[in-house]
Design a protein around this ligand. Structure first.
Ligand code: CUA
Length: 354
């Protein structure tokens, strides 16, 4: 009897934990971005682009089918538990035995096969539909390279290299401009995921994956690396900035310019070029041609530093240049042990890279 009670308590506790977890997941599902204003919802149920829209429709179908199965199975289970629960005086009787019933065995074999088959067909149609899409004329082509722990973004046709913030034009009725992305990795496996725009696609070393997005509403869309890739995986954020077509053309023109050589930051520029900064970073139009770290030619046009780990403000930039490990422990940029003066000069120079 005591054992019985203990078992019940355990079940009850499991049910409470399960319910609590479910509430937490639903309640906190819309994770706030790492900082700043909530200018984008990372929610797969509010897509604002193809193919995310198409994926949502398929997932609704799958969810509805599964919900119906859950309700039927759960309902029957609950009914049986209550209706046929142990009663005093039951010891001598035995319920009817249906082992080997052809009808029942057929029913629970054929029905699930049919359901799974329908789900496979619908899902593969969606996948094929998305994967076989050919870039129309005027599509924007970009290459995204995953690094530990940032995103390198190249537009080979436009001659632009940037990082962590992918800029694309909005597709309008008379000017369709989807963006087709080639996904590569420089080290380990990463995954590109901006929930409101498209499904996840992995970035795999020695392999090129492809995906496309076609947002129609200008704005900033937030995403994350969605494949564990090391210590700072959680701070490998991605922003997709969707512009109106005119705005995008302007952005392209600005990014195509080499770095501004401002007269008032000559000392900082000299300090930058004299330090190891140049081994890892490129600043187009200068002797800095490093390839391991993000291109800094137009650093100030970006909203964030360190792949979304900090906002791109003067204070954060100073903190970052002084000791990157304090903002992003484990990242490949070391503390260069610079003096306050050097840090100030270099930050002043970096701030001219508009
Ligand atoms: Cu890159 Cu996780």
């Amino acid at each position: 009897m005591r054992l019985h009670l203990y078992g019940n308590q355990r079940t009850m506790r499991a049910v409470i934990v399960f319910a609590f977890t479910l509430i937490c997941i639903i309640g906190f599902g819309d994770l706030e971005p790492a900082f700043g204003k909530n200018d984008g919802v990372t929610n797969i149920f509010s897509p604002l682009s193809q193919p995310a829209q198409e994926i949502k429709e398929t997932s609704y179908l799958v969810l509805i089918v599964c919900a119906v199965i859950f309700v039927i199975v759960g309902g029957l289970l609950l009914y049986s538990l209550v209706r046929f629960r142990h009663r005093a005086g039951d010891e001598a009787s035995e319920p009817p035995q249906v082992y080997g019933s052809n009808q029942i065995e057929l029913a629970w074999t054929v029905l699930p096969i049919l359901i799974v088959f329908v789900l496979i067909l619908v899902t593969s149609r969606t996948i094929a539909d998305i994967q076989n899409r050919k870039p129309p004329r005027g599509a924007v082509q970009a290459t995204v390279v995953g690094h530990q722990w940032w995103w390198e973004i190249r537009y080979p046709e436009l001659g632009i290299v940037t990082a962590n913030e992918l800029h694309v034009p909005a597709s309008t009725g008379d000017r369709r401009q989807p963006a087709f992305l080639k996904l590569q990795s420089a080290d380990v496996a990463h995954s590109f995921w901006v929930p409101q725009l498209a499904g996840k696609t992995d970035l795999i070393p020695n392999r090129e994956n492809r995906m496309w997005i076609e947002p129609t509403t200008p704005g900033t869309y937030l995403g994350n690396c969605a494949e564990y890739c090391g210590t700072q995986h959680a701070r490998m954020l991605i922003r997709v900035v969707v512009h109106t077509p005119d705005e995008f053309d302007r952005w392209v023109k600005e990014q195509q310019q080499p770095a501004l050589i401002a007269a008032d930051a000559a000392e900082g520029r000299k300090a930058f070029m004299a330090n190891s900064c140049v081994n890892c970073h490129t600043i187009r139009g200068t002797s800095a041609q490093g390839k391991f770290g993000p291109d800094l030619t137009h650093l100030m046009s970006r909203e964030t530093l360190a792949a979304g780990a900090a906002p791109n403000t003067a204070d954060q930039l100073r903190l970052w240049v002084r000791d990157p490990q304090r903002i992003k422990l484990g990242c490949l940029m070391p503390n260069m042990q610079m003096t306050d003066r050097e840090v100030d000069q270099i930050v002043a120079y970096l701030q001219t890279l508009k």
